[in-house]
Design a protein around this ligand. Structure first.
Ligand SMILES: Nc1ncnc2c1ncn2[C@@H]1O[C@H](COP(=O)(O)OP(=O)(O)O)[C@@H](O)[C@H]1O
Ligand SMILES: [Mg+2]
Length: 264
């Protein structure tokens, strides 16, 4: 479904700020697989997601979504294949537009306009039904501006927008990190539900090792722009946070500081 082959990316090359962030990162994700991604700050997690969404172009390496080589494809052309929810609840939606308009934009990605006009009324019902599943009462607030919603409500709508088109690759970049614990738990549970219902393929970056092990099918750890750990199946099911830490330390032959790695 998604295949990254030997991705390299250096920011500000040839300057004192030169920063080699991706250093030969390879990752192969099957359709329907839910992969959690961990790693300390600066490990290249967001840069990987940016490469997949097309927001950055790797210096070297290839990236495939499905059978298609998308390495050089601009982000807007990938919009039908990739959906994304950011850490900042303000980042994923247009606050000046209504809930309905935001959902319509999400549905429109990768489709023709004529088709959209024809299904306007059906669309509204679809949006109501989808919003009702959030159990936040938003189905009665289609015309409200996104800016009126709380962070948790926005992330919930962002997830809904991301799941409006089937067989997409969903990229979640610490999408619950800015929320209070209760709201974060709600959004995470919602994530699990939507992913299962829509059978989405997912890359979820999280700061929490606990979350990484509790959600999805597989956990990869990035370090210095490469995958240094990749666990799934029985091995992962039996794994505790302390095991994950120990494996990482062993792999790298170095002591891991807690920077960016919460043990909760
Ligand atoms: N567009 C960019 N231009 C310059 N530097 C960037 C850019 N994006 C990320 N970086 C830098 O790359 C490093 C790794 O970033 P990132 O992939 O965001 O790490 P992570 O998400 O794992 O914490 C950071 O030092 C960050 O400042
Ligand atoms: Mg990041």
């Amino acid at each position: 479904m998604m295949r990254a082959e030997q991705l390299f990316k250096t920011f500000n090359p040839g300057t004192p700020l030169e920063n080699p962030v991706l250093r030969g990162l390879s990752l192969n994700i099957e359709t329907g697989q839910f992969v959690t991604v961990i790693g300390s700050n600066g490990a290249g997690k967001s840069t990987l997601l940016n490469a997949v969404s097309g927001d950055i172009t790797p210096d070297r390496g290839r990236l495939f979504i499905g059978e298609q080589d998308v390495t050089l494809m601009p982000a807007w052309r990938r919009a039908g294949m990739v959906a994304r929810v950011f850490q900042d609840p303000l980042a994923g939606t247009c606050e000046g537009l209504s809930i309905e308009e935001n959902l319509a934009l999400a549905l429109q990605r990768g489709q023709s306009r004529g088709f959209q006009r024809a299904v306007k009324n059906k669309q509204r019902q679809l949006f109501r039904d989808k919003l009702a599943t959030l159990e936040l009462g938003l189905e009665n607030r289609l015309g409200d501006h996104m800016g009126l919603l709380s962070g948790g409500q926005r992330q919930a709508v962002s997830l809904l927008m991301a799941s409006l088109q089937p067989s997409r690759l969903l990229l979640l970049d610490e999408h619950t990190a800015a929320l209070d614990p209760k709201t974060a738990a709600f959004v995470l549970a919602l994530t699990d539900r939507i992913v299962a219902e829509q059978q989405l393929t997912v890359l979820m970056v999280t700061h929490s090792m606990r979350q990484a092990l509790d959600h999805g099918h597989r956990t990869v750890m990035l370090h210095q722009g490469r995958v240094v750990l990749d666990v799934s199946g029985e091995q992962r099911a039996k794994m505790q946070v302390t095991d994950l830490l120990a494996m990482f330390e062993k792999t790298r032959g170095e002591k891991l500081d807690d920077d960016g790695l919460l043990l909760s």
